[in-house]
Write a protein that binds this ligand. Structure first.
Ligand SMILES: C[S@@+](CC[C@H](N)C(=O)[O-])C[C@H]1O[C@@H](n2cnc3c(N)ncnc32)[C@H](O)[C@@H]1O
Length: 213
């Protein structure tokens, strides 16, 4: 990623999480569909790009152990304060690779955090996720849809195919179904659907996806 996008992204997310209001931690029902996979996991579940902890809240309420990771120091500090019993909360930039052993996880949740990167970085991150996942393990994710016009799809400078410069000077990728099938071609796709999320003020179009290694 070009240094200017990386710096802008770092600053943007630190600002967001510095002023984060923990009363806003809000569980929506998107993970319920995958409860059988989540409940069957005998290992801690990774909440990648955990942000304020919406999914950590869901998982801990289900009694699961969680390893939450995010690139923002403020996000991780907030998470530790709001979930004092969490197994681990780690500040980690996905662009630096993943400092976890091969085949560490049965389930990785990656909610709205895999759509900030160019093609090469996205491929590297997904290949790292594959490496740290056990055979038969799952990644459950949501990413921006190319139809997410309320949140920047098709707007601003197109830096590369389906990747746009946001008004904050960061990179945002918007996926179509073919993009998802291409990036996850080494996985079995068990669920893939474009949906509308109403957690934000304006409705958001995204893809909900579950893939198996
Ligand atoms: C839209 S938020 C999603 C938060 C949470 N998963 C949720 O759905 O509520 C995106 C998160 O990705 C994190 N993030 C962005 N770029 C990252 C990177 N390079 N490495 C690690 N985390 C990153 C941000 O700090 C932010 O918390």
């Amino acid at each position: 990623m070009e240094p200017k996008y990386r710096e802008n992204s770092k600053k943007y997310w630190e600002d967001v999480h510095q002023s984060y209001d923990s009363t806003k931690i809000k569980v929506d029902d998107w993970l319920e569909r995958f409860d059988d996979i989540i409940m069957a996991s005998t290992r801690p579940i990774m909440d990648l790009g955990c942000g304020g902890g919406n999914d950590t809240k869901y998982l801990t309420e289900k009694g699961k152990q969680v390893i939450a990771c995010d690139g923002s120091e403020h996000a991780i500090a907030n998470l530790k304060a709001n979930f004092p019993d969490i197994r681990e909360a780690r500040c980690m930039d996905m662009l630096e690779g993943f400092d976890f052993e091969d085949e560490s996880f049965e389930v990785i949740i990656a909610d709205l955090c895999l759509h900030y990167f160019g093609e090469k970085d996205t491929e590297m991150i997904i290949s790292e996720l594959k490496r740290i996942l056990l055979p038969g393990g799952h990644i459950i994710l949501r990413v921006n849809s190319i139809n997410d016009v309320n949140h920047g799809a098709g707007q601003g400078k197109e830096i590369e195919y389906h990747v746009f410069e946001s008004s904050q000077g960061t990179m945002k990728r918007f996926f179509d179904e073919a993009d998802i099938r291409k990036f996850f071609k080494e996985f079995e796709i068990e669920y893939l659907k474009e949906e509308i999320m109403s957690r934000y003020r304006l409705e958001k179009r995204l893809y909900r996806v579950c893939v198996r290694k």
